[in-house]
Design a protein around this ligand. Structure first.
Ligand code: NAD
Length: 327
């Protein structure tokens, strides 16, 4: 590639990271959510894109004939038309690894909040309704020692498993298409985590945590059948992607009492529409997709995304390339 390339930044970057791009390339900043016209105007000459949280679909790619590389400030790649990127020979980079521990912390916050009713009981205090000692009707359920079932046992799933097994004494069950060789891939979990078929995991787990990417194989995967196989009174947590869950089936499972509670960081449609019953359901703890949203981690993700882009534009292999051929 020639030296100065046209980069289109489609989501705000920290000033120092933007400066790294500007030092070496011609940079246009245009967020399509707030200035679609500027984004569209920059597409035809863009050789590189960097950003997140906006669908780069076939229609966008069609208007970007010079595009060679996209650097996503995310680990999930469901916003990108993967087959089309592969067909056009466009490199896709993402940010695995740097957010694992932070997303696992967020998932654990949801485990604690749902089982110990943290938000509900904090509101009771704030609203002046704490007028006598708390009785059984406000008691929660223990987290420590309970069985955790993980749907999705990748980088983040394993970080959740470490917290559960090593910090909270929780037996961990996980479901993947093939068992993981723990001795090689997750030695800290040897003796703590066991592979299960999907139905066996659901039947055994007090907490079912979904940490799945969104793909053709996971869209709507967590449906009425799966909720019906969970232990009565189980708690369901979703930290992966909203569209892996049939939200109507989730609500039905909550209302029938099959599920005790749900903690959700992600939703099929985001921001969560005002009319969604999940917004105000008394046994749902909703979060506004904050899995990786800490100062340190968002900065690390932006820096890695800029590293990836600069390497690609210099003709080097970036540290984190997503294999679009395998999608
Ligand atoms: N809430 C947030 O803010 C947030 C933050 C980061 C990532 N995420 C989501 O979490 C996902 C997982 O991230 P990761 O880094 O752990 O990914 P990863 O690729 O390391 O792990 C994905 C796991 O899902 C499993 N999997 C994939 N398809 C499956 C299927 N059909 N059935 C069963 N298991 C299946 C894989 O085997 C693997 O264990 C991301 O793709 C992203 O969508 C959410």
């Amino acid at each position: 590639m020639s030296t100065r390339q046209n980069i289109l930044v489609f989501r705000e970057l920290p000033a120092d990271q933007l400066a790294r791009l500007q030092a070496a390339h011609s940079v246009t900043v245009a967020d399509p959510k707030t200035d679609r016209a500027a984004f569209d105007a920059a597409l035809p000459l863009a050789q590189a894109l960097i950003g997140s949280s906006f669908p780069i679909d076939a229609a966008v790619l069609e208007r970007a004939p010079a595009l060679k590389v996209i650097s996503s400030v995310s680990v999930g790649v469901d916003n990108y038309a993967l087959a089309e990127l592969h067909r056009r020979g466009i490199l896709l980079c993402h940010t695995p690894g740097v957010l694992d521990e932070t997303v696992a912390d967020t998932v654990f916050a949801l485990l604690m909040a749902t089982s110990r009713r943290v938000v509900e009981l904090s509101n009771l205090v704030r609203e002046g309704r704490w007028t006598r000692n708390i009785g059984e009707e406000f008691f929660g359920f223990d987290v420590h020692g309970k069985t955790l079932g993980l749907l999705g046992f990748g980088r983040i799933g394993q970080a959740i498993a470490r917290r559960a097994a090593l910090g909270f004494g929780m037996p961990v069950r996980y479901h993947t298409r093939r068992p993981v060789d723990l001795a090689v891939q997750a030695p800290a979990l040897l003796g703590h985590a066991e592979h299960r078929t999907l139905d066996a995991l659901l039947a055994e787990s007090d907490f079912v945590v979904a940490m799945l990417p969104l793909s053709d194989s996971t869209r709507g995967l967590i449906d009425a059948r799966l909720f019906s196989r969970m232990k009565p009174g189980a708690i369901f947590i979703n930290g992966g992607r909203g569209a892996t869950v049939d939200e109507a089936a989730l609500l039905a499972a909550l209302d029938s009492g099959q599920l005790r509670a749900a903690g959700l960081d992600v939703f099929a449609k985001e921001p969560l529409p005002g009319e969604s019953p999940l917004r105000t359901h008394p046994r749902v703890t909703p979060l506004p997709h904050i899995g990786s949203a800490t100062h340190e981690t968002r900065y690390a993700m932006n820096r890695l995304a800029v590293d990836n882009l600069l390497a690609a534009l210099a003709g080097q292999r970036p540290a984190a390339v997503y294999d679009t051929a395998a999608a």
